[in-house]
Structure formats: C-alpha cells, structure tokens
Design a protein around this ligand. Structure first.
Ligand code: HEC
Length: 104
C-alpha cells in the first residue's frame, strides 16, 4: 500500500512539474478557459502558431480585452495578422484576468 501511495505522489509531482504554473490557481483557471475556448484556432501551446490563430503567449491583459471583448486591438498595437477572423467572445469578460495570468 505504502509504495502505491509513493508512486501516486510521484505521478502527481511529475504532472505538476509539467504544467506551466501549478502554484497559481488563477493561471490554472486561465489554462482551462484557454483550452476550452481558444484552441479551436490557437495552438494548445500558446507560444506556437495554431491551425488558424497566431501564437498568443505574452499577450497583455489590454490586448486580450480588446481582442476578446471587442474584436479590436489596443491603440498603437501592431497585430500579428492583418486578418479579422477571430470572433469576439464578450461572455468571457470575467475570465480575462485568468487568461492574462495564464498567457503572460
Ligand atoms: C475562430 C478562431 C479563433 C478563436 C476561437 C480564437 N481566436 Fe484568437 N485569433 C484568431 C485569429 C485568426 C487571429 C488573427 C487575427 C484575426 O484574423 O482575427 C487571432 C488573434 C488573437 C490575438 C492577437 C494576437 C496578436 O498579437 O496579434 C489574441 C491575443 C488572441 N487571438 C487570443 C485569443 C484567445 C485568448 C482566445 C480564446 C478566448 C481566442 N483568441 C479565440 C482566431 C481565433
């Protein structure tokens, strides 16, 4: 029994080590939202190009707000793509801080 428990603990520790910010619940929530709402287009790894969307790692909260709530960009921001494919998802307004914590 003891060794099984030890094995389980090792597995948990390993899984935690692989995720990006295991200690930050806000970032973990952001990761869940990102996987559920963004990865149809953006890559599961936000630092990579996705099937449709560009990399979004390092996106500021300001950029996420403009993009997700209004489909726009912050003043003076130079978009990675000239297209306008991404649909705004204003219902995600309460999740912007979590997304920003995950993507920063
Ligand atoms: C239907 C596909 C689609 C979905 C869903 C989507 N995006 Fe996008 N996203 C795009 C595309 C395509 C672009 C490039 C600009 C454009 O064409 O709208 C983009 C651009 C962006 C940008 C701007 C990148 C830059 O620096 O220029 C950010 C940030 C972003 N997306 C974040 C998100 C987040 C966060 C979600 C989930 C809440 C999401 N996107 C959901 C397709 C999508």
């Amino acid at each position: 029994m003891r060794s099984r428990l030890a094995l389980a603990l090792v597995a948990v520790a390993f899984a935690a080590g692989c995720s990006q910010s295991p200690s930050d619940p806000l970032a973990e929530r952001g990761r869940q939202i990102y996987l559920a709402q963004c990865t149809q287009c953006h890559a599961v790894d936000p630092s990579q190009s996705g099937p449709v969307g560009p990399p979004v790692k390092g996106s500021s909260r300001e950029l996420l707000e403009a993009r997700i709530l209004k489909g726009s960009y912050p003043p003076g921001y130079k978009p990675k793509r000239p297209t306008n494919v991404m649909p705004p998802q204003p219902a995600l307004a309460p999740e912007i801080p979590a997304l920003a914590a995950y993507l920063k």
